[in-house]
Design a protein around this ligand. Sequence first.
Ligand SMILES: C[S@@+](CC[C@H](N)C(=O)[O-])C[C@H]1O[C@@H](n2cnc3c(N)ncnc32)[C@H](O)[C@@H]1O
Length: 298
Amino acid sequence: MFRLMSLLARVLRYIARLLDQTARWSTHKGLESEHDAQIKKATTAHDMVSHPDEPYYAKQYLHWILPECEKRFPERDPMVLDIGCGQGRFALPMAKWAQHGKVIGVDYTPAAIRKANVYAFEQDIKNVEFHEDDALTFVQGLPGISFDVVLMNEIAIFMPTYREVIKEVYRVLRPGGLLFASFRSQYFNLLYSIRERDWESSRLVISSREGNWGGGTTWFSWHTPADVSQLLNTQGFTNINLRGIGVCSGIEGDPLAVFARPSQFSASEQEHLMEIECAVAEQYAACGRYILAIAERT
Ligand SMILES: C[S@@+](CC[C@H](N)C(=O)[O-])C[C@H]1O[C@@H](n2cnc3c(N)ncnc32)[C@H](O)[C@@H]1O
C-alpha cells in the first residue's frame, strides 16, 4: 500500500512538473507573439521610405555604406542581403547602386513587403526581390558563403534572436564580405527614460542590454559601442568600425529632436546638419540614435 502511494505521488509530481512547463512555455510564446504583433503594427504605421524624417537618416547611413561597397565591389555586382528590410529604405538604393548584382530583402511585416514591392515597381528596379519571413528562419535556410554584403539596420532593437541571426550572417557571407548592422544606443534609451521620469526603465537601461523597456510587453535591446564591438568580434568579424547615426538630431519623439529634426530644416540646413553629424559620428558613436557597425568577414 505504501509503495503504491509513493508511486502515485511520484506520478502526480511528474504531471505537475509537465503542466508547469507547458504553462511557462505557452506564456513565453504568448508574450513572443504579442511582441511580434506590436512590431508588425508599428511597422505598418511607420513607413521608413515616406516618413518625413527617415530619408535624411537613410542618406546618412548610405554616406557610410556606399563608399565602402564601391571600394570593395567596384564592378557593382555584389549579392546583397537586407535583413529586416521594411519598406525597402536600403534595399532599393542598394539595388540601384548594385546594377550588376542583386538585392534580396526579408521582413516579417506583410504590409512592409507589399510597400517595398510597390516602390520597386514604381522606380522600375528589377534586381531586387522581397520575401516575407522571419529573419532567423530565412537566414537559416540560405546556403553558406553566398552573399557579399549584408545589411541589418534598425532590427536588432526589436528582435530577440539577433545574436543567432548575426551568427548565421557570418556563415552566409563570403570571405571579404561586409556587414552593416545598426543597434539602438544605450544613450538614446537613457535620455528617453529620464525625460519620462521613468527611473525604473533608466536603471534597466544601465544594468541590462535588453528587456521590456518602458514596462510594456515589447522587447527591446540597446547597446554601447563596446558591446557592439564585442558582439561582432565574438562572432568572428574583424575590422569593426562604429559610427553614430543622428548624434545631434532625431525624429519626432526622440530625445535629441529638441535640438534638430531634419524635416523641420530647409534643404541647405539639412546639408549643414549632415556634414556636422558625419564629422563627429565616430567620436560620438555612443550618442547616435543608432550605432552603425561596419564589419568584415575575413
Ligand atoms: C525600424 S524597421 C527598419 C527597417 C529597415 N531596415 C530600415 O532601416 O528602413 C524594423 C524592421 O524589422 C522588422 N522585423 C522585426 N523583427 C523581425 C523578425 N523577427 N523577422 C523579420 N523582420 C523583423 C520589422 O517588420 C521592421 O520592418
